[in-house]
Ligand binder design. Structure first.
Ligand code: HEM
Length: 487
C-alpha cells in the first residue's frame, strides 16, 4: 500500500481552513441551519455529485497497471512502434469486468468477462477492448442494444427474465456458439487471473511496405485456467461479492504478479476472400490448424490503482484508439463499436475524458486542436488552436494509420457474406464435441436450469432447436434435461 496521507489543516474545496467539522452552523442554540454555512452546503452538494453514470454494459470492473514485453519479431507484419523490437516494453492498464451486472453486482456470476487493455505507446494509446471469449453472441452492431436489453432488467418486473434472454437467443441462432461457450466450464472464471483474454474481432496489421494482414489476439493465462461450478459461484457471490476484485488487488500487493502469454493468429490479406469461414464474423473462431497462434509477447500486471474512482471508474477504452500499423477490419460489430465507445465516454465522463491521468498518453502527448469544454485544464496555454497555421503548431503526417479497404457494389442493409463452411451452428457443434463427458453434463445442466425458467413452451423449444442443429446429441440431452426440470 502506498497511500500517502495529507497533513495540515482541513480546508474547504477552495482552501480556506475549517474551524469546526463536527457542528453545522445554526441560528441560535437549537435553531435552524444557516445558508452562510459554506462548509455544510459544499459538503452536501459535493456528495450529491460523487457518482457519474455507470457504464451501460461492463459496469462492474477491476483494473491494474502492467507491462507488455515483446518476445518475437513481428516487423514483417506491422509497423506499430511498440511491437518493433524484441524486449521492448510498454506500460499498460487492464480493466476486467462483467457484462450485464450493474456497478454493485457480484463478481462470481456466469457472464463473459471484459478484458480491456490500454497500451501507452510512444505513438499514442492503443486500446484492445476484448473479452475472455474468442467469439460473441451476435454479428451485427444493429442488434447490440436489443441483445443487452434482454440481459438487463425487464422494464416491468425489474429483474433479468429467462423469457427475454431465451427469446432473443432462440431468435438469434448465431448466438449458439457463444452460448455454448458461456454455459460450459469457462463461463464462470475462478479469478480474473485464471482466464484468457481475446481481442475477439479480426484487426488489420500493416507493415512499412503497406502490406496488409488480418490478426486475432489471444492472451493465454500463465496461471492456468481455473473455473467455478454454478454451485460454487452461487455460494461465493453471496459470501464475497467482491471476490475477483479482491483477489486481483491482493495478488499484486503480495508481489504475485499475474502474467499472460500474448499470441496472434495472422492471415495474409489475400486469404480472406476464399477462407472457409467469413474471417470478419465475430461468432466464429479461426481454427488453430488453419492459422496457428504465434507468441509475440508477455503481459504482466504489477501495479494497483491508488484510487478506484479516478483510475478504474473514469478509465475509458475505445476500439477506435489505434496506432500506426494497426486498424479495423470490416467486421460489422467492430464497425459499430468504433462509434459507440467514444460516444459513451463523452456522455459518461465528459469531452475531456481522454486527458485524465489514466486515459491520457503516458509515452507521448496528445497534440490535437480540440479545446475547451467541461473540465478543460488549459494545457495548451496560448497556443494557436487551428491548423494549418503559420506559428509552428503540430501538423499532419500525411500517412494514415491503416491501409484502405477496397469495396464494391451498392450501399444497402447487406447480410455479411457467407463463406463455404459458414452457418450458425458448425462451430458450436465442434465446441460441444470437443468437451469431455463430464463437461457436457455440466453444460446441459447449466443450460437446462436456465431454459426451464422460461414461461412459454414455444420459446423454450425454439432455443433447444438451435442446440439440436449444432449437434443432435446436444439437442436431445438438453430437451430431456429441460423436460425433467419442467415436469
Ligand atoms: C456492437 C457491439 C457493441 C457495442 C455497441 C458495445 C458498446 C459498449 C459500450 C457503450 C460500453 C461502455 C463504454 C464506457 O462507458 O466506457 C462498452 C463496454 C465494453 N465493451 Fe462493448 N459493445 C459491443 C460489443 C462488444 C464486444 C464484441 C466486446 C468484446 C469482444 C466488448 C467489450 C467491452 C468491454 C471489455 C467493455 C468495458 C470497457 C471498460 O473496461 O471500460 N463489447 N461496450
Amino acid at each position: 500500500m502506498s497511500v500517502e496521507s495529507i497533513t495540515g489543516p482541513l480546508t474547504t474545496e477552495s482552501g480556506a481552513p475549517v474551524g469546526d467539522n463536527q457542528n453545522s452552523e445554526t441560528a441560535g442554540i437549537g435553531g435552524p441551519g444557516l445558508i452562510q454555512d459554506q462548509l455544510l452546503i459544499e459538503k452536501l452538494a459535493h456528495f450529491n455529485r460523487e457518482r457519474i453514470p455507470e457504464r451501460i454494459v461492463h459496469a462492474r470492473g477491476a483494473g491494474a497497471y502492467g507491462t507488455f514485453t515483446v518476445t518475437a519479431d513481428v516487423t514483417k507484419y506491422t509497423r506499430a512502434h511498440f511491437l518493433s523490437e524484441i524486449g521492448k516494453q510498454t506500460e499498460t492498464f487492464l480493466r476486467f469486468s462483467t457484462v450485464a451486472g450493474s456497478l454493485g453486482s457480484a463478481d462470481a456470476v456466469r457472464d463473459p468477462r471484459g478484458f480491456a487493455l490500454k497500451f501507452y505507446t510512444e505513438e499514442g494509446n492503443y486500446d484492445l477492448v476484448g473479452n475472455n471469449t474468442p467469439v460473441f453472441f451476435i454479428k451485427d452492431a444493429l442488434k447490440f442494444p436489443d441483445f443487452i436489453h434482454t440481459q438487463k432488467r425487464d422494464p416491468y418486473t425489474g429483474s433479468q427474465e429467462a423469457d427475454n434472454v431465451w427469446d432473443f437467443w432462440g431468435l438469434s441462432p448465431e448466438s449458439t456458439h457463444q452460448v455454448t461457450w458461456l454455459f460450459g466450464d469457462r463461463g464462470i472464471p475462478a479469478t480474473l487471473r485464471h482466464m484468457n483474454g481475446y481481442g475477439s474481432h479480426t484487426f488489420q496489421w500493416n507493415n512499412e511496405a503497406g502490406e496488409v494482414f488480418w490478426v486475432k489476439y489471444h492472451f493465454k493465462t500463465d496461471q492456468g485456467i481455473k473455473n467455478l461450478t454454478q454451485d460454487e459461484a452461487n455460494k461465493l457471490a453471496g459470501e464475497d461479492p467482491d471476490s475477483h476484485q479482491r483477489d486481483l488487488r491482493e495478488s499484486i500487493e503480495r508481489g504475485d504478479f499475474p502474467t499472460w502469454t500474448v499470441q496472434v493468429q495472422i492471415m495474409p490479406a489475400a486469404d480472406a476472400a476464399g477462407y472457409r469461414f467469413n474471417p470478419f464474423d465475430l461468432t466464429k473462431v479461426w481454427p488453430h490448424e488453419d492459422y496457428p497462434p504465434i507468441e509475440i509477447g508477455k503481459l504482466e500486471l504489477n501495479r494497483n490503482p491508488q484510487n478506484i474512482f479516478a483510475e478504474v471508474e473514469q478509465s475509458i477504452f475505445s476500439p477506435h484508439h489505434f496506432v500506426p500499423g494497426i486498424g479495423p477490419s470490416p467486421d460489422k460489430m467492430l464497425q459499430g463499436r468504433l462509434f459507440a465507445y467514444g460516444d459513451a465516454h463523452r456522455y459518461r465522463v465528459g469531452i475531456n475524458a481522454d486527458h485524465l491521468p489514466v486515459n491520457r498518453p503516458h509515452a507521448t502527448e496528445a497534440r490535437s486542436h480540440g479545446r475547451d469544454g467541461v473540465m478543460y485544464d488549459g494545457r495548451h496555454a496560448g497556443q494557436k488552436n487551428y491548423e494549418p497555421n503559420s506559428f509552428g503548431g503540430p501538423v499532419e503526417t500525411g500517412r494514415p494509420l491503416w491501409q484502405p479497404a477496397t469495396v464494391t457494389g451498392p450501399t444497402g442493409e447487406h447480410v455479411a457474406p457467407s463463406h463455404a463452411e459458414d452457418d450458425d451452428f458448425v462451430q458450436a457443434g465442434n465446441l460441444y464435441r470437443l468437451m469431455a463427458e463430464d463437461e457436457k453434463e455440466r453444460l446441459i445442466n447449466n443450460l437446462a436450469g436456465f431454459i426451464s425458467q422460461v414461461s412459454r413452451d414455444d420459446i423454450a423449444q425454439r432455443a433447444i432447436e438451435n442446440f439440436r442443429k449444432a449437434d443432435a446429441d446436444y439437442g436431445k440431452r438438453l430437451e430431456a434435461a429441460v423436460q425433467a426440470l419442467r415436469g
